[in-house]
Design a protein around this ligand. Structure first.
Ligand code: FES
Length: 319
């Protein structure tokens, strides 16, 4: 995973919908930017010390700039509030090189995109990839209202037969019937979903059997962890020193290590970025991240220590 960063300048800010702004970022030195694949995101290092993740939504074929869409969260802890309230054109912004936890399966023959609200951002880049590669696709785009649906203008550039919008206020508050929509999809369609956790859980439940796990793809940006449930304490053993530490139910492995003065890499602290991935030497991890593949989880040889825990009473890590 790349750990590089880029200093950018905010070249433009556009209002895309109510409470959603698009930021166009260019290299501060005037250089071209590294290429990215659809589904990729940037880690954004805010001047107030916070780190946030935003999907790239511009055309992957044009890296003269990066575009990110940011929705103002009513419960913002300082990320979207800072971007919406303080960031101006001409300001500098440090970002990571593009990272991709939501890659498009380029061997797929048909693609279905289900986007809820600001979840349209990675999907927009994926639609552009489908168009560029002549792949059949369709989009279900859900939002509370047309006013709150970002990038509607850009979606006009695509075949309108492929675009299905569902606005709550235009349907008497009735949401899309996800079961019916998923059942109507071609069985070989790859389904990509990004949006509120409740939408992704519904899509996951509806498509798991009909489309198979390998054709279901989700971009989790926080919300409900893929594996939640009661938290238990366990013993942590560090290979290098043989040190034994107790991880209580209300602390993460990362927190316990920090308290004991260990310096371990981290970034998001939410199981979203992969910075804290650590090798497991014995014991069974209880994966609670959003990004490891099913194969990696099943192997149990590595884990993200900011959120994941142990299923066994003792867990030994390569630290
Ligand atoms: S710090 Fe980002 S996944 Fe752990």
């Amino acid at each position: 995973m790349s750990t590089g960063y880029i200093d950018t300048v905010v070249a433009a800010i556009h209002a895309e919908a109510k409470d959603i702004l698009r930021y166009d970022l260019v290299d501060a030195q005037g250089h071209g930017l590294p290429p990215f694949e659809p589904g990729a995101h940037l880690e954004v290092y805010l001047p107030n010390g916070l780190i946030r993740h935003y999907s790239l939504c511009n055309d992957f074929q044009d890296v003269s700039h990066y575009s990110i869409g940011v929705g103002l969260s009513p419960t913002s802890r300082g990320g979207s509030k800072y971007l919406h309230g303080a960031l101006k054109v001409g300001d500098r912004l440090r970002v990571s090189t593009p990272r991709n936890n939501f890659p498009i399966d380029q061997s797929g023959e048909h693609f279905t995109f289900i986007a809820g609200g600001i979840g349209i951002t990675p999907i927009l880049a994926m639609i552009r990839w489908c168009v560029a590669h002549g792949k059949p696709w369709q989009l279900h785009y859900l939002a509370r209202s047309r006013l709150r649906a970002a990038f509607l203008d850009e979606l006009q550039d695509f075949s309108q037969q492929n675009v299905h919008t569902h606005f709550l206020d235009e349907n008497a508050g009735k949401a899309l019937d996800v079961d019916v929509a998923v059942a109507a999809l071609p069985s070989d369609s790859h389904i990509y979903c990004c949006g509120p956790a409740s939408l992704m859980e519904s899509v996951q439940a509806a498509g798991e059997v009909s489309h198979g796990h390998e054709r279901m793809h989700f971009e989790w940006f926080g919300g409900k962890a893929p594996n939640s449930g009661d938290l238990q304490s366990f013993k942590l053993v560090l290979r290098s020193s043989g040190e034994e530490l107790e991880v209580p139910a209300d602390r993460s492995i990362l927190e316990v290590l920090e308290e004991k003065g260990h310096c371990v890499p981290f970034s998001c602290r939410e199981g979203l970025c992969g910075s804290c991935e650590t090798r497991v030497l014995s014991g069974t991890p209880d994966h609670r991240d959003f990004i490891l593949s099913d194969i990696t989880r099943a192997e149990g040889k590595s884990m993200l220590i900011c959120v994941s825990r142990a299923k066994t009473a003792v867990l030994e890590l390569d630290i």
